[in-house]
Design a protein around this ligand. Structure first.
Ligand code: 3IO
Length: 332
């Protein structure tokens, strides 16, 4: 991955050197760590096409999906170093780097990606978290709340006790609170980890059953929505500042639209389509928890938010206000 970073750096420098004067055509490189056919990848393609259309062809966006330029955890530094102009990655993979935004990936009872994506965009604009200070945030959105997807059925906490489940960085404490053992890894690494038996399942949004073909091995979903994953598409602040005003205006307008576009696509087509496919073609079983069992799970989740507030305030960050505002915005 160092060699990939170096290769990317060389490509990036070459692209920077050949950047035309700003009155001319502008080409922006946009990197993402997972395949173009996944929902964040579709979001990237849609953004690229809209930018080209709305600037009357003046801005071209060259996309690099599938980690061809940068992997998930390399993305942020890759943007700063100029390996890519724009990078899309998941702040929820790295709560230490994005301490305030990690509050969005707590068990807060989001209904779906459309709601959580709107709230994420609004709290980010309102709080302007310091963790993004060197970046211009071009778009943000979330996945739907993650569900346990497993080889063996999970019907109660006892079933979870000896399971190794993959989670994002923010999802680790959630799986641990339920008594499971959590393994953090990036989404593209999950299919192989499932096939080789490194993990018994994953806690993720459910479209991955189709988009990463996980339903071939994971035959059970437990109907208990947990935490969303957050995504941000960012550009280096200095590079943003150098863009012409008319281009900035187009990108700002599009930024305001992307959370709703992506949330709708993910909730209505992506997840539903995947669940139908997995049930019909792969024999997926969806398990519901009894009311009594749901109450046990809810009780395990309850302290997580308060613990996060205490830890975040101790870092000198407005964790309490951030969560209060999220709860207000959820009602709107
Ligand atoms: C994700 C990342 C890349 C492509 C598709 C995806 N669906 C959900 C995620 C985020 C993630 O890793 C997770 O567990 O929620």
């Amino acid at each position: 991955s160092i060699s990939r970073l170096l290769r990317g750096l060389v490509l990036g420098v070459a692209a920077t050197v050949s950047l035309p004067a700003l009155s001319e055509e502008i080409t922006l490189k946009y990197a993402f760590f997972a395949p173009a056919g996944t929902f964040p990848g579709k979001q990237m393609t849609h953004w690229a096409e809209e930018v080209n259309k709305r600037t009357n062809g003046k801005v071209k966006v060259e996309t690099f999906p599938g980690g061809s330029l940068l992997g998930a955890r390399e993305m942020w530094d890759g943007v700063t170093m100029g390996v890519t102009d724009i990078g899309l990655s998941a702040p929820s993979y790295d709560p230490g780097r994005f301490p305030l935004t990690s509050g969005m990936a707590l068990p807060l009872g989001f209904e779906n990606a459309t709601e959580a994506s709107r709230v994420l965009w609004e709290v980010t604009n309102e709080f302007q978290p310091k963790e993004f200070e060197n970046f211009k945030v071009l778009a943000m959105f979330t996945s739907e709340p993650g569900h346990i997807q497993s080889k063996e059925p999970v019907r109660n906490l006892e079933d979870l006790a000896n399971m190794r489940l993959r989670a994002t960085g923010s999802g680790v404490p959630v799986i641990e609170a339920l008594g499971g053992s959590a393994v953090g890894m990036s989404m593209p690494d999950v299919p192989q980890a499932v096939q080789t038996g490194v993990i018994d399942g994953t806690m993720t949004s459910r479209e991955v059953l189709r988009d990463f073909r996980l339903a071939e091995n994971l035959k059970y979903v437990t109907e208990y929505p947990m935490v969303v994953s957050t995504f941000a598409a960012v550009m280096d602040k200095k590079k943003w500042d150098a863009l012409p005003d008319d281009v900035k205006k187009v990108l700002n307008e599009l930024g305001d639209e992307m959370h709703a576009w992506t949330g709708r696509y993910h909730d209505e087509e992506n997840v539903n389509g995947a669940l139908e496919w997995a049930q019909k073609e792969q024999g997926l079983t969806i398990l519901t928890l009894s009311d009594e069992e749901t109450a046990r799970w809810d009780a395990k989740m309850a302290p997580i938010v308060d613990e996060w507030i205490v830890a975040t305030e101790a870092k000198g960050l407005p964790g309490k206000k951030y969560i209060e505002r999220i709860k207000e915005l959820q009602k709107q």
